[in-house]
Design a protein around this ligand. Structure first.
Ligand SMILES: Nc1ncnc2c1ncn2[C@@H]1O[C@H](COP(=O)(O)OP(=O)(O)O)[C@@H](O)[C@H]1O
Ligand SMILES: [Mg+2]
Length: 253
């Protein structure tokens, strides 16, 4: 089963069922003695590992979900599967309605196109009609504070500017599901605050949110429910404050 779009369920609903993704380890990482005895290696070929395994949960429209876990535990991989930009090796993801993903800073933007053309391209790819993009264009550039750079090729933006542009566009789409990976942390504090206020507006409007963050404060601010990923397994799915408390107890400093 692969990622499927369906229109029968209420928009914003997500069902993740027995999800598994395996990757090849890079050639440079030598297999060591410990790997030979590591669990859950069944059905991986030599040199492969499960980045996610046996992950199941369902999300109802309007839920705000915080995803926690140490680096490399499968958080971004999970978001990519929900976004449909990666396919699972096991299980499946069913998503009702479109997804507005802010997963990687450069995701979806074209290096040699200007800021203006990238706004039109990305919004257009998400099905926004041209006249609608025209109507929202100024709002997007205002939000991103990129007035001086609309004719600049994307590749010449700083990473902070790229994040501004990405969030400004993604948060203006009408998709019912919004994914925000850690990339927002690249922005400065004032911009982040503006993004968070926008996320709160979107949530008040009934959007479904996945939010990956290492900031306890930010997680508790928006999210009602938490998913805790460790070594590719969903070790806890519960109220955000309980999930954050357990994560802190296990890995907090
Ligand atoms: N395209 C890929 N090819 C090979 N390994 C990958 C790929 N993407 C992610 N990984 C590996 O999968 C694991 C989970 O990655 P990721 O989901 O990005 O973690 P997180 O977002 O929790 O930090 C890591 O070990 C990472 O190196
Ligand atoms: Mg990540």
């Amino acid at each position: 089963m692969a990622t499927t779009q369906t229109t029968t369920a209420v928009e914003g609903t997500i069902v993740v069922d027995g999800l598994g993704v395996r990757f090849k380890r890079s050639r440079s990482s030598r297999r060591n003695f410990k790997d030979l005895f590591a669990g859950r290696t069944r059905r991986t070929r030599p040199g492969e590992f499960w980045a996610l395994r046996d992950v199941s949960f369902a999300v109802t429209p309007g839920e705000a979900i915080g995803v926690v876990g140490r680096n490399g535990q499968g958080k971004s991989t999970l978001l990519k599967l929900v976004a449909g930009v990666m396919l699972p090796d096991e299980g499946g993801v069913t998503v009702a309605g479109g997804v507005a993903p802010l997963i990687e800073i450069t995701g979806g933007f074209v290096n040699d196109l200007t800021v203006r053309d990238n706004v039109y391209l990305t919004a257009g790819l998400h099905g926004m009609p041209r006249r609608e993009i025209d109507a929202r264009y100024d709002e997007i550039i205002d939000f991103a504070e990129l007035h001086e750079s609309v004719d600049t090729p994307y590749k010449h933006l700083s990473s902070g500017m790229k994040v501004r542009l990405a969030f400004a566009v993604i948060s203006r789409l009408e998709e019912p599901i919004i994914l925000v990976d850690e990339v927002l942390a690249v922005g400065d504090k004032a911009f982040r605050e503006k993004c968070y206020a926008r996320i709160e507006e979107l949530l008040a409007g009934g959007r479904t949110l996945f939010f990956v963050s290492h900031s306890e404060r930010d997680l508790l601010r928006f999210c009602t429910r938490g998913l805790y990923l460790d070594k590719g397994a969903l070790v806890m799915d519960g109220a955000i404050k309980d999930v954050v408390a357990r994560y802190n107890a296990e890995y907090g400093v």
